[in-house]
Unconditional design. Sequence first.
Length: 575
Amino acid sequence: MVKLLKYLQGATGYAVLAPLMMILEVSMDLMQPKLMADIIDIGIMHQNAAYVFSTGMKMILAALLGLIGGAACSVFTAIAAMHMGEKLRQALFDKIQTLAFLEIDQFKTSSLITRLTNDVSQVQNMVSMVLKTAFRAPLLCLGGMIMVIGLSPRLSIVFLVAVPVILIAVVIILKKSFPLFTAVQEKIDRMNTVMREGILGIRVIKAFTIEARQAARFDEANEHLMQAGIKAQHMNMILGPVVMLVMNISIIAVLWFGGNMVHQSTLPIGKIVAFVNYLVQIMHALIMVVMLVLNFSRAKASADRVNDVLDAAPSIQDQDCSLAMNGFDIEFKNVAFQYNEHSETVLNDLSFRIEEGEKIGIIGATGSGKSSLVSLIPRLYEATAGQVLVGGLDVKKIKLKELRENIGVILQDSILFSGTIEENLKFGSYPADWKAVEEAARAAQAHDFILEKENAYQSLVEQRGKNFSGGQKQRISIARTLLRKPKILIMDDATSALDMATEAKLQNTLQQRMAKSTILMIAQRISGVRDADKIIVLENGKIAAIGTHQELLAKSEIYRSIAVSQLGEEMLANG
Ligand SMILES: Nc1ncnc2c1ncn2[C@@H]1O[C@H](COP(=O)(O)OP(=O)(O)OP(=O)(O)O)[C@@H](O)[C@H]1O
């Protein structure tokens, strides 16, 4: 929690003013029982109406000042807490942007969303509570104690028993509640995962008519969250009655012993009334401390989860000796790769070379490691063993920004962002001039279909581009990458949703526009790679063969069988 306080920066003035205003409120609250005692013992006992009136006015003034202090404290607290929430969310979001795919895989997207929203809110609520009560409660306790000792040191012995009992209960409950609150946050993660899948995958769910099964899955996650929440709240439920019980026993003790003292005329009656008032104030302050502690326990669970992300060192980042790029040929030297220590080896001892400007096709069965292989070039993931070199330099030594700026990657999933088509095209090349945008769209075979849309380039793209067909999304993604004029272009099955004629046109324009660029094209269809200078055939994470289309037909059994299954013996024979 303490580590997160730095996000109060910019609102520290409010964070300081809030407790000061609280001190004003507490001082006024503490004056009330004493004034009340004076009214009883001096005003009423001696039938002095003027004294009752003037002290009553003092009580009203004290109440008004207390009200002003309390209201100002609430306003300043809200400003400080909101400010902190905003800064913390921003810092967390910025941090997530720096994480490598590996950390994103480890944290899981839905958990990152919970951390950005719910966990930040918990921390924000805690700060708000601390500013409002962390000073109020101890001040009330301390001030109350001083006042009661002043009233009657003998009666104050009651507190020697009551306070330790409450403190012991707080410590026990705190120890038990912390793991329960961590469990609640984990259940929220789980519910978010199911909710995201249920909402993002709604089309598949409806097509398979499995709404009921999905609803049951959500119900289960929701139920688990509720159970965890109730379990954690049980602690709250126990603590309140414990404090109330101790308070009521204490009041009885005060009335019992105090009554005797009044009887023996060693204590005026007004002081007993004031004593009970202070006792109630002190017990309420203790309940406040207890609530604070319980909330702290919950907020600590959230703060730890937020700190986990903020402290995560991105596994992929620039090194001090990062170098400028030197060329755009690519070499893999005995590269092996696995996603994490628990996963299987996905790529095994890969060695090959691609000259600058060459067009390379990559083909292989699904799951053979094609996407994994290309993801190592822009360092989306890091090779577990061996070296990936670009321009003769190990990619680990090249400035990350420069490396990625020169490599255009079109991933299998075409992700578009909400906004206009033009904004999507300019996404990675802002600001780009209009001519360049149109040229890229033409090259990607997207210009014509964009013009057919009602507002052409200004047509709105909905969330994740759901108002576009798969092929249209792919072409916008391709245009977006072409606009950046990358020196190395990686297309991961990026034309899979295009018809053969459009794919052929795209291949032609790519040949012309990207003549000098190194291109790696992953394809499921032979038609997508047959004109490549070299084709790499992958099998179970290993290179099965490398060569041109004709060479592979002659020497690679796997390649030939893929070609035959797609093109047929006859077409192959006719070239
Ligand atoms: N993020 C990940 N974490 C762990 N394992 C992964 C991850 N992504 C892929 N894998 C595993 O790595 C292996 C290779 O996957 P990869 O996506 O590279 O294959 P591919 O040849 O591109 O397949 P496809 O043609 O179906 O896209 C698969 O066994 C897959 O289960």
